[in-house]
Ligand binder design. Structure first.
Ligand SMILES: Cc1ncc(COP(=O)(O)O)c(C=O)c1O
Length: 421
């Protein structure tokens, strides 16, 4: 019987009650966002009155010392005043922009054409589309431990089982290949790697990337290669894109403007489809279908990309890398002086991982407790390894200016001294 309001919905007596959320919303949890928005729980000792020094999020624009090149702003200004990009773009991206991206990333051993490029909302959007096109409910995906937590967040939101393969800190965070391979079964939809890495700051050798590709080849599992920190490597290091090293393994390479071009707020990213064994035709169609959910990222920002690629000088990236390396060395030197802490030397990206020797401290339970007490007592915000599925460590970003890094490490040193055994 239809109810009084003419629908078949049961009428609730009284008020609205609480409207339940969907399973997808309930499964979606991002530990970094959770920690950053969680209020600091009062502890016995007094809260610090010092200014907050945040070495927690990988946003290089926070302190104003890293600024996008003037061409970057000019490119968007021109796109706005042209009035040519006010309409809906094609869902996979503007054709001339896909063309410019294909041209920039094409390589003799990994050629790309415009229709191998799919524009996304940030590299996060690329991760989301890549995981959802390759892995459905009931599938599993191999993810790095430690690794960027958004991978797990997206996998669990899609009901995809995350299987974590170990990275070995003592070997420049290389993947434990045997462990990786042991996790594969008939339901494995993809292996995901992140090079250079957040949170590890590692940069893989060609030999190691080839070893990973060999796992993909033997098991016929496609690779998702998150290269948002491509080319962001320190002196003596060379970045190699995974796609340059295989003529068969299907690869979705992910990247965006956020880090190298210093505009994370512009939310622009892309997927490069490397399909030299002609195995990704359905995946390509699937990505096109998924792109129609949102109709692509902002057309104005897309339209800025060809000018940015053509006119930002390569010396600009060189300078960025030099500053990042110099910052990393400041942090490494200062932190290694603190009893109980030791740095795993980074080779690129924007982060430094620090091991905590809990036996050196009288009253620190774990990495989360370390970060919590540090924030309460010294107003220094860093992230616990727990966010990256790697307890016993903390991650610091290396982008703040040297005076902030020195002030933060001085506070960390007095915190550690106060809590030492
Ligand atoms: C490894 C990795 N992948 C993807 C992203 C997401 O990038 P975007 O800000 O472009 O969404 C980040 C951001 O920190 C990252 O560190």
């Amino acid at each position: 019987m239809p109810s009084a309001n003419g629908t078949n919905a049961p009428q609730k007596p009284g008020g609205w009650g609480t409207i339940p959320t969907s399973d997808v919303a309930r499964r979606t949890f991002n530990p970094i966002r959770d920690i950053l928005t969680r209020p600091v729980r009062p502890l016995a000792s007094p809260q610090s009155s010092k200014d907050l020094l945040s070495l927690s999020i990988g946003d290089p624009t926070v302190f104003g010392n890293f600024k996008a090149h003037p061409v970057v702003a000019k490119a968007v200004e021109e796109a706005v005043s042209s009035y040519r990009f006010n309409g809906y773009p094609p869902s996979v991206g503007l054709p001339h922009v896909r063309e410019a991206i294909a041209r920039k990333y094409t390589h003799p051993d990994a050629p790309l054409a415009a229709n191998d490029v799919v524009m996304t909302s940030g590299c996060s959007g690329a991760v989301e589309m890549a995981i959802s096109v390759l892995c459905g409910s009931g599938k599993n995906i191999l993810l790095p431990r430690p690794g960027f937590c958004l991978y797990n967040t997206i996998a669990s939101s899609h009901n995809v089982e995350a299987r974590l393969y170990n990275l070995v800190a003592e070997q420049n965070w290389e993947a434990d290949i045997d462990h990786m391979e042991s996790l594969i079964d008939e339901n494995t939809g993809a292996i995901l790697i992140n090079n250079p890495s957040n949170p590890c700051g590692s940069n893989y050798t060609k030999a190691h990337l080839k070893a990973i590709l060999a796992v993909c080849e033997r098991n016929k599992v496609p690779l998702i290669s998150d290269e948002i920190y491509a080319d962001m490597v320190f002196s003596g290091q060379t970045f190699t894109s995974t796609a340059w090293l295989t003529s068969t393994v299907p690869i979705l390479t992910l990247s965006g403007l956020a880090k190298q071009w210093l505009v994370p707020g512009w939310r622009i990213g892309w997927i490069l489809i490397h399909d030299r064994a002609n195995a990704l035709e359905s995946v390509r169609q699937g990505l096109i279908a998924l792109s129609t959910l949102i109709n692509g990222p902002c057309a104005l920002v897309q339209a800025a990309i060809p000018k940015i690629f053509a006119e930002v000088p390569s010396s600009y990236l060189g300078d960025l890398n030099c500053q990042l390396e110099s910052n990393a060395r400041i942090l490494e030197t200062e932190i290694n002086k603190i009893p109980g802490l030791s740095v795993i030397t980074p080779q690129g990206a924007m982060y430094i991982m620090v091991k905590i020797d809990l036996d050196s401290f009288a009253d620190i339970e774990n990495d989360a407790d370390f970060c919590h007490k540090l924030k309460w007592e010294e107003s220094v915000e860093i992230l616990p390894g727990e966010c990256f599925s790697y307890p016993g460590t903390v991650r610091l970003v290396i982008t703040p200016p040297p005076n902030i890094l020195c002030a933060a490490t001085a506070r960390i040193a007095s915190f550690c001294q106060r809590h030492s055994k």
